[in-house]
Ligand binder design. Structure first.
Ligand code: FAD
Length: 558
C-alpha cells in the first residue's frame, strides 16, 4: 500500500514537480509552509512544497509545544496577536484532537513576582474575552490555600494565590506532519531533503527554483506562478539570494527545554511561573516526564543544530528550584533536552523577550513572497493571509479565481474522529479493533490517541502475532511512517514521527539499532549509508542528553 507521501515515491514526486509549472511553490516544510500548502490545495491551487531537512526539523519540532494565546504578550499590549492566536486554539484542537489536547494551567502568584492577584485576574479575564474562551475553560482565581492544595510543591511561605486556566498542548512536529499529510491527500506534492539552491527569473520576474535532492544530488528545476519563502530562521538566506539588499530582517533567539523524569518534578498540572529575572517559564507534565522551558537569548550561529550550554541548563534548573524549593533538581536529573531557534523580526532597541512574536509578510519586486515570525498556534491564519495574496497574484497572471479560505472546519490528517466530542467513542472503537488484532487495550488506546483516524492504517502494518509484541508495534509504526509520512532516516522516525527522543530517550537507546537495521534492509542502504544514518541518530542522542560539544559535520548543515 504505497501513498503519495511515501519515502519510496520521493523521486517520482520530484520528477512530477519539475514537469509543469505549479500555481504555488512553498519553500520550507515547517508548520508555516505546511499550513500554506494545505490552505492552497483546498482552494484548488496546484501546490508543491520543498524542505531541505526533514519536515518540521527546524523550529517546528523545537517549540514549547503549546497551542496558546501567549498570555505574556498581553503585558506587551500585543492585543491583536493574543486575540487571533487565542481564538485559533480551539480551531486547531477541533481539527485534530488526536494531536492537540486541553491542558489545565496553574499560574501561582508569589510575593516578589511580576503579577499581582489583581493584574492576573484582569489579564486573564481580558484573555478569556479576546480569545472567546468557552465558559468551562475560563479562568478561576484561587486562594493561597487552594493553590497550595492543587500544587503542594509550591512554597507556601511566598504563595499569595493563583489562577487556574486552560491552554492546549500539542506535538509540534506531528501537527506539522498531519497538516502536510492532509495537503498531500488533497493533491499537494511535498518532498523532504530537497534544498532550494537558486532562483530562476524571466524578464526580472521569479518563475522557478533550482532544487537539489540532497539524497541523490540531483538538481531539478521547478516552476511556479507564485513562490513563497517560508523558511523560518533561514528566510534571510533566500531573500538575500533573491535581492542582496533585503537580508538581515531576522533576530534569532535560542530557546531551551529540559526533560526530567516525572518522579523528580511530580507536578499535578502544568505550571506557568515567574523567574527572578522577570521572565516566565513553563513546567509541563507529559508522558511520565516533566519538561521545563524556555530560555530566550540572542543567537547568532547556524540554526540547524543549536546546542544547549551549561548556562542555559543552569538557568532553567535554578528557576525551577526557586519555584519548587523542595525538589533540588540537578543537572544529573536532566534526561533529555531540545533547543529551538525563534525567527523573530528584528526590532532595533528591543531585547529577545521584548520582540513581537507576530508574523510579517514581505513582497519583493521579483514576485517572491516571504513570511516570517508568528507562532505555531497561528499557522492557519498566517496561511490564509499568504494564500489570499497568492490568489490575487494568480488571478492577475492567469485570470483564474479561487475561493476564500476553507480550513476553519477542515480536519487535518488523523482528525476525522468526530471532533473533540466524538474522540472518546472513536477511541473505544479502535480499542476493540486493536484487541482483535492481538494488542492489549492500553496499546490500542495509545495508538488511537496518537494516530487518530489513521489508526486502522497503522494496524494494517502489524506483523503476525508470533512476533515480539513490542517490536510488532514499532514495526507497524515504522512501516506506516515510511509509507505514509515520508520517513527517510532513523532520526526522522525517532525524533519527529514519534517524539521519542525527547520524552522516551531510554526507549530510543533500546530500539535505535533495530530501527536502522530494519530501514537499511528496506531501502537497500550501502554499508556507508547505513553507517551515516546510524551515526546521525547516535549524534542526536548525544546532543539531546549532553551539553554543547563541538558540532559533528553534517551534510545538511548550512
Ligand atoms: P521552521 O519550522 O524553522 O521551518 C522552516 C523550514 O525551512 C525548516 O525546516 C528548514 O529546514 C527549511 N528550509 C530552510 N532553507 C531551505 C531551503 N533553502 N530549501 C528548502 N527548505 C529550507 N509557538 C507556539 O505557538 N507555541 C509554543 O509553545 C511555541 N514555543 C516556542 C518555543 C521555542 C523555544 C521556539 C524557538 C519557538 C516557539 N514557538 C511557539 C514558535 C513556533 O515554534 C515557530 O513560530 C514556528 O515553529 C516556526 O515555523 P516555521 O515553519 O516558520 O519555521
Amino acid at each position: 500500500m504505497s501513498s503519495s507521501f511515501s519515502t519510496h515515491t520521493r523521486t517520482q514526486i520530484l520528477q512530477d514537480l519539475s514537469k509543469q509549472p505549479l500555481d504555488l511553490l512553498v519553500i520550507g516544510g515547517g508548520i508555516t509552509g505546511a499550513g500554506i500548502a494545505l490552505d492552497a490545495v483546498t482552494r484548488g491551487m496546484q501546490t508543491g512544497l520543498l524542505e531541505m531537512q526533514d519536515f518540521a526539523a527546524g523550529t517546528s519540532s523545537r517549540s514549547t509545544k503549546l497551542i496558546h494565546g501567549g498570555l505574556r504578550y498581553l503585558k506587551q499590549l500585543e492585543i491583536k496577536l493574543v486575540a487571533e492566536t487565542g481564538r485559533e486554539r480551539r480551531i486547531v484542537y477541533e481539527n485534530g484532537p488526536h494531536v492537540t489536547k486541553a491542558e489545565p494551567m496553574l499560574l501561582p502568584l508569589v510575593s516578589g513576582g511580576s503579577l499581582s492577584k489583581w493584574s492576573a485576574s484582569i489579564g486573564l479575564a481580558v484573555y478569556d474575552w479576546l480569545a472567546k474562551v468557552p465558559r468551562s475553560e475560563q479562568r478561576q482565581m484561587l486562594s493561597a490555600d487552594k493553590t497550595q492544595a492543587l500544587e503542594p510543591l509550591l512554597d507556601k511561605h511566598s504563595l499569595l494565590g493563583g489562577a487556574y486556566y486552560y491552554e492546549y498542548r500539542t506535538d509540534d512536529a506531528r501537527l506539522t506532519i498531519e497538516v502536510l499529510k492532509e495537503a498531500v491527500a488533497r493533491s499537494g506534492k511535498a518532498v523532504n531533503y530537497t534544498q532550494v539552491t537558486g532562483f530562476i527569473y524571466k524578464e526580472g520576474k521569479l518563475v522557478g527554483v533550482q532544487a537539489k535532492d540532497l539524497l541523490s544530488n540531483t538538481t531539478y528545476e521547478i516552476f511556479a506562478h507564485v513562490i513563497v519563502n517560508a523558511t523560518g530562521p533561514w528566510i534571510d538566506t533566500l531573500d538575500t539570494q533573491n535581492d542582496p539588499t533585503t537580508g538581515n530582517k531576522l533576530f534569532l533567539t535560542k530557546g531551551v527545554h529540559l526533560v526530567v523524569d516525572g518522579s523528580r518534578l511530580p507536578i499535578r498540572q502544568a505550571v506557568y511561573f515567574d523567574v527572578p529575572d522577570g521572565r516566565m517559564i513553563f513546567a509541563i507534565p507529559r508522558e511520565g516526564k516533566t519538561y521545563i522551558g524556555t530560555t530566550d537569548t540572542a543567537y547568532t550561529e547556524a540554526p540547524v543544530h543549536p546546542r544547549m550550554t551549561t548556562a542555559d541548563r543552569d538557568y532553567l534548573l535554578q528557576a525551577v528550584n526557586y519555584m519548587f524549593p523542595s525538589i533540588h533538581l540537578t543537572s544529573g536529573d536532566v534526561e533529555s533536552h531540545w533547543v529551538g531557534v525563534r525567527p523573530l523580526i528584528r526590532q532595533p532597541g528591543k531585547g529577545p523577550s521584548e520582540i513581537s512574536r507576530k508574523d510579517e509578510i514581505f513582497q519583493y519586486e521579483s514576485g517572491l513572497i516571504t513570511i516570517a515570525g508568528g507562532k505555531l498556534t497561528g499557522y492557519r491564519k498566517m496561511a490564509e493571509r499568504i494564500v489570499n495574496l497568492a490568489a490575487i497574484r494568480l488571478k492577475q497572471q492567469t485570470g483564474r479565481k479561487f475561493p476564500a479560505c476553507q480550513t476553519h472546519h477542515l480536519p487535518i490528517s488523523g482528525g476525522q474522529v468526530g471532533g473533540s466530542k466524538g474522540f472518546a467513542s472513536y477511541i473505544q472503537e479502535k480499542i476493540h479493533e486493536g484487541v482483535a488484532l492481538g494488542l492489549t487495550p492500553t496499546e490500542a488506546e495509545e495508538l488511537a490517541h496518537f494516530y487518530g483516524s489513521n489508526t486502522s492504517q497503522v494496524f494494517h502494518y502489524l506483523p503476525p502475532l508470533s512476533d515480539n509484541p513490542q517490536f510488532r508495534i514499532l514495526q507497524a509504526q515504522l512501516q506506516y511512517a515510511i509509507t505514509h509520512e515520508m520517513t527517510v532516516t532513523p532520526a526522522d522516525f525517532l525524533i519527529r514521527r514519534t517524539g521519542a527522543l525527547y520524552f522516551h530517550i531510554d526507549w530510543v537507546r533500546q530500539w535505535e539499532q533495530t530501527v536502522w537495521e530494519y530501514m537499511a534492509q528496506i531501502f537497500f542502504w550501502t554499508p556507508a549509508q547505513t553507517q551515516y544514518y546510524r551515526q546521525e541518530i547516535l549524534d542526536r542522542l548525544e546532543e539531546a542528553s549532553g551539553v554543547a560539544t563541538p558540532l559533528v559535520e553534517n551534510k545538511y548543515k548550512s
